[in-house]
Design a protein around this ligand. Sequence first.
Ligand SMILES: *Cc1c(COP(=O)(O)O)cnc(C)c1O
Length: 414
Amino acid sequence: MAKGFTSKIVHFQFKQDNQNNHASYGSIHTPIYNSVPYGYQKVEDIIDVFQGKSKGHAYARQSTPTTDSLQNLLAMLDDSIGSLTFATGMAAISATFLSLLKQGDHIICSQYLFGNSYSFFTTLENFGINVSFVDTSRVDAVKTATTKQTKIVFVETLANPGTQIPDLENIGQFCQENGLLYIVDNTMTSSYLFSAKSVNAHLIITSLSKYTSGHGNVLGGAVSDTGLFNWETYPHIFENYRTGNSQSWGLQQIKKKSLRDMGGTLSSDSAYQIALASETMALRMDRQCDSANKLAAFLDSHPKIKKVYHPSLKTHEQHEFAKKHFKHFGAILSFDLEDDVDVIKVLNKLDIAINATHLGDNRTLILPMAQTIFYEMGPENRKKMNIGDKMIRCTIGIEDTQDLIDDFTQALKD
Ligand SMILES: *Cc1c(COP(=O)(O)O)cnc(C)c1O
């Protein structure tokens, strides 16, 4: 049995689909099933599907054989008991929180969040859910913010654009000891660089639009349940979903209340593309992260650059943690230009790097932060989040490393 990350991926669908004489004709990929309804010869069979007694499909908003296959693949990569896919990463995040929370609940989030996640949590506040945004680089901040109403702690493994890393291990332990649901957004590190389960994460969220797919051609999101949370202790599981093995209650509720009722469904076409691209995730990330290390070192010693944010640098606050827990240091790096350097001029001089807002693409993409993603929140919030006017975010692609260094060299010349 193959054990390596990539070996497991490239053999997964063939093995899964061709065992038990499944009628897949030896196909090495799970086909794109585009049927919306699923019909049965005998009415008893569709009744069993509706009642959860058999695993068949009923309607494509909830599942298709293609999305199921991707879900199983992702569950394997996350070392989880199950996974649900959604149309986008934001759909996965909103689905998870909306189906597990009630008015009056309190949640604790990292103050360094993907911009749209931050915006979503401020929307939750309109529904009577209290949110504390804290500096999660120290577990004490989480402990201090915890109240009797706290249900969930949410962090990202590697924040963008500042590359902050939370106190992942200690927060995991604190959540486990206090019955809090620990949700980790593993998008920036992916299951290849980091096992969120190893720090006791209960739910793992991944935007599949990023490293999992990599080619900038498809959107998707997923939530995996590591099986480490005791759902019997969670007060908001509806009576209907308190059936069967209690380990499955959480995903069961997220599936019914969000995928079915809110409908942020991943299409079979997209599921196929994502599964296909995941085959090269490790190869791509090896190259991307290696280039990021080299570029970080290059930029760090450049006179026109004030500060570089990348966990490979010894000056990075969580360098030691990243070295111990992450396979690589990630392929996102940001930097502040010196005050007298014109950010627009530098960006326009770059030839290879594209001005675009995305992460984890095969192409190197760059963006000034204060003027774009963090524009809407205003200068005060930007200051709190440490987003300066001269900050540029790069997400390193798979181009040849020397080409990237040459491009930054010429763009930073007078
Ligand atoms: C991109 C991203 C998301 C949202 O994913 P989409 O697929 O673009 O909706 C969520 N979290 C993180 C950390 C991201 O980078």
